[in-house]
Design a protein around this ligand. Sequence first.
Ligand code: ZN
Length: 569
Amino acid sequence: MQVIGGKDKEGEERNNLRDSVQKETLRQLYQKSAEEKAMSMATENNLPYVDLHVIPTNPETVNAIPEEKAIKANMAIIYRVGKKWQIAVSDPEDIETKKMLEYLKTTEGITYNLVVVSEDGLKKAWEQYRFKTVTDNFENEGVSLKSGDLTDFEKGITGLIDLKKRIAEINTTEIFNIILAGAVKTRASDIHIEPDKETIRLRYRIDGVLQDIVKFPKSVHKTIISRIKMLAKMKLNITDIPQDGSFNVSLENNALNVRVSILPTTYGESVVMRVLSENAEGLDIDQIGLNEYYLDMILKEVSKPNGMILTTGPTGSGKTTSLYSFVRKVNDPGIKIITLENPVEYRIEGVTQTPVEQNEEFTFANGLRAVVRQDPDVIMVGEIRDDETAAIAVQAALTGHLVLSTLHTNNAAGAIPRLLHLGVNPALIAPAINAVIAQRLVRRLCEHCKEEYVPSEETMSSLRKILAGIPKNDKMQFPDKFDKLYRSHGCSKCNFIGYTGRLGIYEIFSMSTNIEKIILANVSTGDMLAAARAEGMISMGEDGILKMIQGVTSVEEVHRVTGIMGDVA
Ligand SMILES: [Zn+2]
């Protein structure tokens, strides 16, 4: 409602309101009498009555017969399974209706049951023809998503707030394009479409964190799901088992590969789409967040002609991004680099990249065996998770290859027991390994809206204690005193999230005589950690705290990804 100034305006407003209330009451009365008429028509013909203002219809069903025919025959198809239809008519005795029913039965072999609806109800069902072109176009065009559509939508979206507004006012046929364009615009890595009892929730994962975008009415669920299924070449009529698929979208100056996973849930099919951008560039070794000490260490290790560099951490901790940055660093026309990946996340010129599907014929293990025969200098293996892969990777590292890979452990020290568990001979570990990295990703505070604040005295004293315990080195500056931290409240530049982009926090140790002794003595992860610590290893949490004090990230982020700082925030 507008803000009205002056008494005359208020009076006018009241009159308008009264008028519209009267109109609405009349309309409802009219509709009621129309529905009552339909109800008695149903009784006379001994047929059920349905109120199409209450019972929903959908475009796929209504589209079973063309619009002109439906209007001429005064009918609408409101439910169908194969050739069994439920047909809504406004007058079962109407001559055109009867003709059409006869045609459907004898020529098309349709068996049907009839329900009686009001004329107004029929019109309501026919509104679904407005959405006809969506599904028709998919089928005819071999379900390509026109890049023009997406680019146009993308151009029209300036940020999340705008996206939410656009989604609220857009018609059903365009919703899917808007969802995808919005994801591209906000750099979302995943799109989640989750049906609830009455609504569908749309969420994007942006910089690793799920953000609520909007809630749709349940009525658009089927349209969105159908569109996704057609694009990803999935079975449209199957709704009770999980399905996987993918599709590609070419954009003006980019291409997307979208991996789709559909899962049946109590309230309908739930969708997760992972968006991989073809020209995602990856980061250079000095952009991933390594502090000066670690950067210096890693630069030394990647320049060695052999050995293994392992990164560890849970899924989504940026392991692969780090490995890619190492590959980019060593990439040179004089050396041959082969990767085995699942999937290929970034393309790097001059590097032979091989996608591994992880099926029986093509595993990391037999892929790696083939790669070694291709005479590479550097090998990147997406993941070491079985004995065979571990054994071949260690052999390769010992025989003149630089091997880059990831392990699924929580911290750097844990990599050694993990390799032992995978059956690697303890005597080979120290000679094979150059360095072990553990990492997490924290979001970067938005440069446009970040602000200083003075934390509580308790926070300050805990931080000072932690800082005092960090092993020092001469490669980097340690703050001897500090009096403020940083936070942000969000602005239009960061979609009101407060963060843009991410960087890693790390703990790294390289192989040393002391650490080798510990490995051969077969002692615990705790002893491993103590040895690495004695060599100067800064923990992930400590690295996070240093980045917090520098104003790169916030207390909340470091706490979110490491669990430390819980009592000081
Ligand atoms: Zn901001």
